[in-house]
Design a protein around this ligand. Structure first.
Ligand code: GDP
Length: 440
C-alpha cells in the first residue's frame, strides 16, 4: 500500500552469525517466500551444508539479478511490515563482503546486526579479526544512525538471560563509542533457524524474562530519516544494464536517490562526462511510477544515451546543477583500527558510493579533539584519532583521476568517503571545503 514509509535495510555481522538464515526465515514467515521456494531453498541449503532457510535470501536476490544479466553490485529484495516497505540491500556470499557492504550501507537507513550468542562465538566475532566491530563502524560512518542488534542462536544457550545480558553489556559501550545513540539502538534475543522472536516470541523460557520487541515490530518502528528533497537530484548509479521487463526496455540504471526528486521526462547529466539522458520510465519497487523522491531505490530507463557512457559510480544530476569533479580534497576523518600508522604518502583506496579509486594521502593537516585543533601538521595518525587530511587521486590508465563529490555541508551523502588499505578499512571521512576549525 502506497502510504507506507520506505526504508532501506542492510544486514551485517560476523560470518556464520546467521544473517542468511535470519533473512530467509523472515521472508518465509511474513509470506514473501512460497512453499515451493521454501522446499527448493531447503534442498539448496542442504547441498551447501547449511540449515534450512540459509539459502533463501541469497538465492532469491541473486536469481533476480542473474535473470537480468546485470553486473551485480547490490542486489535488493523487498518485503513489507505493517507500516513500512522495506528494501533489503545486498546479498550474502560475497568473498570480500566489505566493498559490497560499503555501497549497500551508503544507501541504508537502518542496520540489522546479527551476532552469534553461542558460547565463544560472540567473543570470536567481537575480538580483533572478527567483523562485528568493523561492520558497526562502517555502517555508522556511512550515515546509518539506527541499529537493531539480534543476539542469535539463543536456542544453543538454553535461552539464558545471563548470556544475553553479558553480550548486551559488551556491545552497548562499543556501539555508543561507534556513534549509535542509545535511543537508536535496539537489542533482542533471536533464534533464526526456529523463527523465534521474528514474528512472535512463543518460547516459555524466553518469555519468562524477555518482553521486548520482536524483529518485525522493531523494524516496523524504525524512524524514517529526513529526506533532503530540496537539494539537487543525485543518483549514484549502482547497476547499468540493458533492461527488458514487463514495464520497459532499453538502457537502464539502478540506484538510490541521495537527494532530490526525479520525474519521467527529466533530462539528466551523467557525471563524469557531458552526456545527457532523458528519463523514459521510472520503476520503484518493481512498479512503474511517474516520479521518485530522495531515499527511494529506483530503476530508470533512459533514452538519448549509450550505455558506454554510464557505469557503476556515475552520478545522475540535473543538467543545470551537476555535481563537481575533484582530483584533490580535504576530508575530516576518524581513524579505525590500524596495522601501521597513516603518514604522508600512504597509498589508499578511496571509496565513494559504488566507486573505488587509488589515491594518496598528500597532506596531514591537523588533529582534532572535540572539534578543536590540538595539533597542526602531525607526522603520523594513529587509531582512534580525528584528523583533517588531504587526499589526492592517482591517475590510472582507465580513469582521469577525478571523482564526483560534494562537500558534506552541501550534501551529506555525497560528501562521505571511506579509506581502505590492503583490504582493511582504515578511516571514514567527510569532505569539507573549509576546514572545520576555520569555520567558527
Ligand atoms: P551467515 O554467514 O551470517 O549468513 O550465517 P548463516 O545463516 O549461513 O548461518 C550459519 C550457521 O548457523 C548455519 O549452519 C545455520 O544453520 C546456523 N544457524 C543460524 N541461525 C541459527 C539459530 O538460531 N540456531 C542454531 N542452532 N543455528 C543457527
Amino acid at each position: 500500500e502506497s502510504g507506507k514509509k520506505n526504508i532501506s535495510l542492510i544486514v551485517v555481522g560476523h560470518v556464520d552469525a546467521g544473517k542468511s538464515t535470519l533473512m530467509g526465515r523472515l521472508l518465509y514467515d511474513i509470506g514473501e517466500l512460497s512453499e515451493k521456494e521454501k522446499t527448493a531453498n531447503e534442498r539448496g541449503s542442504k547441498k551447501i551444508g547449511k540449515g534450512s532457510f540459509a539459502f533463501a535470501w541469497g538465492l532469491d536476490a541473486l536469481g533476480d539479478e542473474r535473470d537480468r544479466g546485470v553486473t551485480i553490485d547490490i542486489a535488493t529484495t523487498h518485503f513489507t511490515t505493517p507500516h513500512r516497505n522495506y528494501t533489503l540491500l545486498d546479498a550474502p556470499g560475497h568473498r570480500d563482503f566489505i566493498p559490497a557492504m560499503i555501497s549497500g550501507a551508503a544507501q541504508a537507513d537502518v542496520a540489522l546486526m546479527v551476532v552469534d550468542g553461542s558460547p565463544g562465538e560472540f567473543e570470536a566475532g567481537f575480538e580483533r579479526g572478527g567483523q562485528t566491530r568493523e561492520h558497526a563502524w562502517l555502517v555508522r560512518s556511512l550515515g546509518v544512525k539506527e541499529i537493531i542488534v539480534g543476539i542469535n542462536k539463543m536456542d544453543l544457550v538454553s535461552w539464558s538471560q545471563d548470556r544475553y545480558e553479558e553480550i548486551v553489556e559488551a556491545l552497548k559501550p562499543f556501539l555508543l563509542s561507534a556513534g549509535f545513540a542509545s535511543a537508536k539502538t535496539t537489542f533482542m534475543p533471536l533464534a533464526a533457524m526456529e523463527g523465534i522472536n521474528i514474528l512472535e516470541n512463543d518460547v516459555e523460557e524466553l518469555k519468562e524474562w524477555y518482553n521486548g520487541p520482536t524483529l518485525i515490530s522493531a523494524l516496523d518502528k524504525v524512524e524514517v530519516p529526513p529526506r533532503p528533497y530540496e537539494s539537487p537530484l543525485r543518483i549514484p548509479v549502482s547497476n547499468v544494464f540493458k533492461g527488458q521487463t514487463a514495464i520497459a526496455s532499453g538502457v537502464a540504471v539502478s540506484g538510490r536517490l541521495c537527494s532530490g526528486v526525479v520525474q519521467v521526462g527529466d533530462r539528466l547529466r551523467a557525471v563524469p562526462g557531458d552526456e545527457v539522458a532523458t528519463v523514459r520510465t521510472i520503476e520503484v519497487d518493481e512498479d512503474s511510477s511517474p516520479y521518485a523522491v530522495s531515499g527511494q531505490n529506483v530503476t530508470l530507463y533512459l533514452s538519448g544515451i549509450d550505455s558506454i557512457n554510464l557505469s557503476i559510480g556515475t552520478i545522475l544530476c540535473p543538467t543545470s546543477l551537476p555535481v563537481p569533479l575533484v582530483s584533490k580534497f580535504t576530508t575530516q576523518i576518524l581513524v579505525f583500527d590500524l596495522q601501521s600508522p597513516i603518514i604522508i604518502g600512504t597509498s589508499v583506496e578511496l571509496f565513494h558510493h559504488s566507486v573505488n579509486l587509488p589515491a594518496t594521502v598528500s597532506r596531514l593537516v591537523n588533529v582534532l579533539e572535540k572539534g578543536q585543533v590540538t595539533k597542526k601538521n602531525p607526522r603520523v595518525l594513529q587509531k582512534g584519532m580525528t584528523a583533517t587530511i588531504e587526499i589526492t587521486l592517482r591517475s590510472t590508465s582507465n580513469n582521469n583521476a577525478r571523482i564526483p563529490i560534494e562537500t558534506s555541508q552541501q550534501n551529506k551523502e555525497m560528501g562521505r568517503v571511506l579509506i581502505r588499505r590492503n583490504g582493511e578499512t582504515i578511516a571514514a571521512g567527510e569532505y569539507y571545503l573549509y576546514l572545520r576549525s576555520s569555520i567558527r
